[in-house]
Write a protein that binds this ligand. Structure first.
Ligand SMILES: *Cc1c(COP(=O)(O)O)cnc(C)c1O
Length: 375
């Protein structure tokens, strides 16, 4: 029997009724399942979920419930978490650098795909079962919030050699890439797809699959990103670049799968005379990512009577709860002039890289998860 958490009608209603003094992450299973369905209907291939974006059991459980069967895991811990939720889940181990002990543990989990970006890492796979090796390709592509190519990936020349070597070892040869996170520009994928086809052609290898990574932007500012436009472009470019040798497609969204399913509710601890606001969570907690990819403008301020505060706004310095002076948001946040102690801030689209990164520094950084229908 599965444990069913109580379902509250809405985050707003919950905040109005309980005025929570500690951070709350409101989770809507309905929204998560709808996003999973959107990916599975719209993406022209296999959709896997990058577990690192949010590994809460309720998230993994609801993704399985929405029909997701394959997951990108980066560590033995994530493999165990996934297996607990779904013993039959297909696991792709797409962290290209692994210790030999990790390789042995992962082999025990029955990994179906390994990403590799250099001969040394490929060499560590000598003894594992001959499943898929996906060569991680790297190009200088801009368009994302930050560059994933800076840490992992083989340049095209190296990728040609790796692909040949993986095929010679008896692995199913594939290519994978990651255009960089919070990427809204379809061109970033197109450039990679063209180069992947070129690498496969030069290697003389028929690719089984092309994994176009994650990176799909979530809704942080302005209009929501057009995921279908990205899916369509990926589809068209793959056909154009590979022709008759078109591989199966795979994607591995983290952020765009889970972000919209959560709203983070924080409380104002005080407003200083200079206008600075102190919150009960910050960059050591669920807002860690704001330091790296900037503010979101999807913030509502809820007063004691449960109504949203509007009117004139002033950019304010916002501090988190710890005693560390770098515990502040990267830029001033425009907030209503009427904001006061006890108000709540609701950050929409807060499901990715929030709970997953949060630290317990100074005794803060916990977020209660409350299941709601309406975020
Ligand atoms: C982090 C990561 C992802 C997910 O990236 P998002 O930007 O959250 O979609 C996918 N694949 C790999 C290999 C990753 O490291």
């Amino acid at each position: 029997m599965q444990h069913q958490p109580p379902l509250w009608p809405s985050s707003l209603g919950y905040v109005e009724r309980f005025r929570p003094d500690n951070p709350v992450l409101f989770f809507s299973p309905r929204v998560l399942q709808a996003t999973a369905t959107r990916f599975q209907r719209g993406f022209p291939g296999l959709v896997t979920y990058a577990v690192k974006a949010n590994d809460l059991p309720v998230v993994l459980d609801n993704l399985v419930g929405a029909g997701m069967s394959a997951f990108d895991v980066a560590s033995p811990h994530e493999m165990a978490a996934m297996r607990r939720v779904q013993p039959s889940a297909v696991l792709h181990y797409h962290n290209p650098v692994r210790s030999r002990d990790e390789v042995a543990i992962a082999a025990g989990y029955g990994i179906q795909s390994w990403s590799v970006d250099c001969p040394r890492e490929l060499g560590k796979l000598t003894d594992v079962q001959r499943t898929e090796v996906s060569v991680r390709l790297r190009l200088p592509v801009s368009g994302a919030a930050y560059d994933f190519g800076a840490k992992f990936g083989a340049d095209p020349d190296q990728a040609v050699d790796l692909l040949r070597e993986a095929a010679a070892m008896g692995f199913t040869p594939s290519i994978t890439f990651h255009p960089g996170t919070q990427c809204a520009d379809p061109q970033a994928w197109a450039v990679y797809i063209v180069e992947a086809a070129e690498v496969a052609r030069r290697a003389g290898v028929q690719l089984a699959r092309l994994n176009v990574g994650g990176g799909f932007a979530s809704h942080r500012n302005g209009e929501a990103p057009d995921l279908e436009a990205i899916f369509d472009r990926i589809d068209q470019e793959t056909t154009r670049a590979f022709g008759a040798a078109r591989p199966e497609l795979v994607c591995e969204p983290g952020r765009a799968m889970v972000a919209e399913a959560f709203t983070l509710a924080l409380r104002v601890k005080t407003v200083r005379r200079d206008g600075a606001v102190f919150l009960n969570d910050g960059v050591y907690g669920a807002l860690t990512e704001l330091r790296d990819i900037g503010l979101t403008d999807r913030v509502r301020v809820i007063g004691a009577d449960g109504s949203e505060k509007g009117g004139a706004m002033t950019p304010r310095v916002v501090f988190g709860p710890t005693c560390d002076s770098i515990d502040r948001l990267p830029d001033p946040v425009p907030l209503p002039n009427g904001i006061e102690e006890g108000d709540h801030l609701l950050f929409a689209g807060a499901g990715a890289y929030s709970a997953a990164i949060s630290t317990r520094f100074n005794g803060y950084g916990t977020q209660e998860v409350v299941t709601v229908d309406q975020l």
